[in-house]
Design a protein around this ligand. Structure first.
Ligand SMILES: [Ca+2]
Ligand SMILES: [Ca+2]
Length: 147
């Protein structure tokens, strides 16, 4: 594990392709939510709403399935995750769409789209360049994912 550069090695690409095939149990070239939940999140003790939110954030073209390019993000985030990474850390990595290490208001807005809600004032108050650590604390305080 450890930090990977943004360019994948051939080996990692092969692993990624294999993982995608393994998860895509109905072999339609896409990962549906049920496949995501049953194969990728199987045994992980997390809240279903949170899993849905992760899926929503990954599904950028909003066709309710993950294409391989969309799947690459979760694969990369999982590879970079350390043992201390909580699901909230992983969530923050997913929200950080452009991967600059900070969350901006557009990225936060994408998260609230899942709830079909405007960004609340409390989130606006976090500023324009939010560290993941800060947003993790915000999630802990404002969302009930811990069960
Ligand atoms: Ca599928
Ligand atoms: Ca998609």
């Amino acid at each position: 594990m450890g930090a990977q550069s943004s360019k994948y090695s051939k080996e990692i690409k092969a692993q990624m392709t294999q993982a995608f095939k393994d998860i895509d149990t109905n072999n339609d070239g896409k990962i549906q939510f049920s496949e995501f939940l049953n194969r990728l999140m199987y045994g992980v003790n997390v809240n279903q709403e949170l899993v849905k939110l992760c899926f929503f954030l990954l599904d950028t073209n909003k066709d309710d399935a993950l294409q391989q390019s969309e799947f690459e993000r979760i694969f990369q985030v999982m590879m970079n995750a350390s043992e201390e990474s909580s699901i909230n850390t992983i969530l923050c990595d997913l929200i950080d769409f452009n991967g600059d290490g900070f969350l901006d208001q557009n990225e936060i807005k994408a998260m609230y789209e899942f709830y079909k809600k405007p960004v609340p004032q409390s989130a606006n108050d976090l500023g324009i360049k939010i560290t993941k650590k800060k947003f993790e604390e915000y999630i802990k305080a404002h969302f009930d994912f811990d069960k």
